[in-house]
Design a protein around this ligand. Structure first.
Ligand code: NBP
Length: 477
């Protein structure tokens, strides 16, 4: 038998992706460095479809129909290079290596270029949705050549998640590293979404005094409205879960130190390089880092804070409604920032990424799937060259409605000493963008004072410098 597609790397993700292909009627060659995993997969799930087990790289390559389509699902980084070194010499021009790991897009660009010289298509592909998504339908973000997508696209469409309107959650993002870049920003937005939800919980708990179970109910209510999303849904599940050992709310027995694997951090690092303000994502990454600084937190425990003034019964429900407004407004801002980064990456690398299509493929399968993404897609459909999501009339109107509550929530948070880095960064970004004048003028003055860095005037063309150390007259630079 010759297999239509091959999967090498059979840990949770690769195994489930291979099963997904098989369940959709494709014959799948499977391979893993440690062959026992290959055998285990076929023994356990062989009945789900047509699997061809390969013990060696040569056997694996020989099992694939041409042009070969070889999906690599190994640990991102050096293992991906090791697998490429092993397989590339066995391949022929026209064959495709699809890297479904969480690679850094710069690595994908390098690998794509190297393999292109051998005539091999390297398709860096973002896959979101965790193990469950890999098995039942992930959101898929392929990069690579248009040529490779012609045959690969229909296969990926079959195994992908489907949005509520039936559209497959996969699109060709653009050449070389575009897919992994989009996946990186997806994860950055995921960090921001999670942080905003965590802040909403913290406010409802500390300011309003609701219990975790009550907050779960509030989130369930929100999930029936415009905040309808996978993350809100699972948050309600986590909050209503009770620890069997202690009978306490689960959220109270988990250590409050959030970990990270790095894609959120990359989103911020690249944003710094591109000069794109993604303050919401950055705060989300920093919030996780701060939570892990146990000694620093211990040493800071006695620092002064305000005296808590718990809300009365009547005020609690009204406050919860305000938090919903603040969360929604902050969410609009974090997506605005994330899409700005994709737009900037697309311009920098000449990818020509369709932002509306990206919003559309995140509607199903992935961690940030949400009703909200339909709105983003509609905004870009209405105007492909939208300068920013905040320029969309619908979003601008919603924020206009939300802003008084958003500000009130932050006043309460500040007065009660509850940290809201995500909500606050989002509002600062919003207010900075709307400002008629920013204090950047003063910053330019300071720079000119100490470093003769020059400045531009509001009333004339050209660059100028003031002779600060002399008679303070102005010279044209
Ligand atoms: P891991 O990231 O834990 O990788 C384990 C796999 O890599 C095993 O098959 C292992 O083979 C193989 N491998 C390693 Br490690 N070094 C190798 C080498 N030098 N040569 C060949 N194979 C090597 O697996 P995962 O959690 O399934 O994730 C796979 C990819 O998918 C990663 O890039 C991950 O970032 C990405 N991803 C994961 C998720 C998720 O929710 N877990 C979601 C989206 C994307 P062995 O069996 O012989 O050790």
């Amino acid at each position: 038998t010759s297999a239509q597609i091959g999967v090498t790397g059979l840990a949770v993700m690769g195994r489930n992706l291979a099963r997904n292909f098989a369940r959709n009627g494709f014959s799948v060659a499977v391979h893993n460095r440690t062959a026992a995993k290959t055998r285990a997969l076929v023994e356990e799930f062989g009945h789900e479809g047509t699997f061809v087990a390969a013990e060696s790289a040569e056997e694996f390559v020989a099992a694939l129909e041409r042009p070969r389509r070889l999906v690599v699902m190994v640990k991102a980084g050096e293992p991906t290079d090791a697998v490429i070194r092993e397989f590339a010499p066995l391949l022929e021009p026209g064959d495709m290596i699809i890297d479904g790991g969480n690679a850094h897009f710069a690595d994908t660009r390098r690998r794509e270029k190297e393999l292109r010289e051998q005539g091999i298509h390297f398709v860096g592909t973002g896959v979101s949705g965790g193990e469950e998504g890999a098995l039942n339908g992930p959101s898929i973000m392929p990069g690579g050549s248009v040529e490779s997508y012609a045959t690969l696209g229909p296969m990926l469409e079959k195994i992908s998640a489907k949005a509520a309107d039936g559209t497959p959650c996969v699109t060709h993002c653009g050449p070389d590293g575009a897919g992994h870049f989009v996946k990186m920003v997806h994860n950055g937005i995921e960090y921001a979404d999670m942080q905003l939800i965590a802040e909403a919980y913290h406010l409802l708990r500390e300011v309003a005094g609701y219990s975790p179970a009550e907050i779960a109910d509030i989130f369930r209510t929100w999930n029936r409205g415009r905040l309808d999303s996978y993350l809100i849904e699972i948050t309600a599940e986590v909050l209503s879960h009770v620890d069997a050992a202690t009978g306490k709310p689960f959220v109270d027995v988990v250590q409050d130190r959030a970990e990270q694997k790095g894609t959120g951090r990359w989103t911020v690092q690249i944003a710094l390089d591109l000069g794109v303000p993604v303050s919401g994502i950055a705060e989300a990454v920093f919030a996780r880092s701060l939570s892990g600084h146990t000694a620093l937190r211990e040493a800071s425990r006695d620092l002064a804070g305000p005296t808590a003034q718990p809300l009365g019964e009547a005020e609690k429900a009204a406050f919860a409604d305000q938090v919903e407004q603040a969360l929604y407004a902050s969410k609009i801002v974090s997506y605005t920032q994330g899409f700005h980064e994709i737009q900037a990456g697309s311009e920098e690398y000449g990818w020509d990424i369709d932002l509306g299509a990206v919003a559309a493929i995140w509607r199903g399968g992935c961690i940030i799937r949400a009703a909200f993404l339909d709105r983003i897609r509609a905004a870009y459909d209405a105007r492909a060259d939208l300068p920013s999501l905040l320029s969309d009339k619908g979003f601008a109107e919603e924020i206009a409605t939300a802003q008084d509550d958003w500000r009130a929530v932050l006043v309460a948070a500040t007065q009660q000493g509850v940290p809201t880095p995500g909500f606050s960064a989002a509002l600062a970004y919003y207010d900075a963008l709307r400002a008629e004048r920013l204090p950047a003028a003063l910053t330019q003055g300071q720079r000119d004072f100490f470093g003769a860095h020059t400045y531009r005037r509001t009333d004339r063309e050209g660059s100028f410098h003031t002779l600060w150390g002399g008679d303070r007259s102005e010279v044209e630079a």
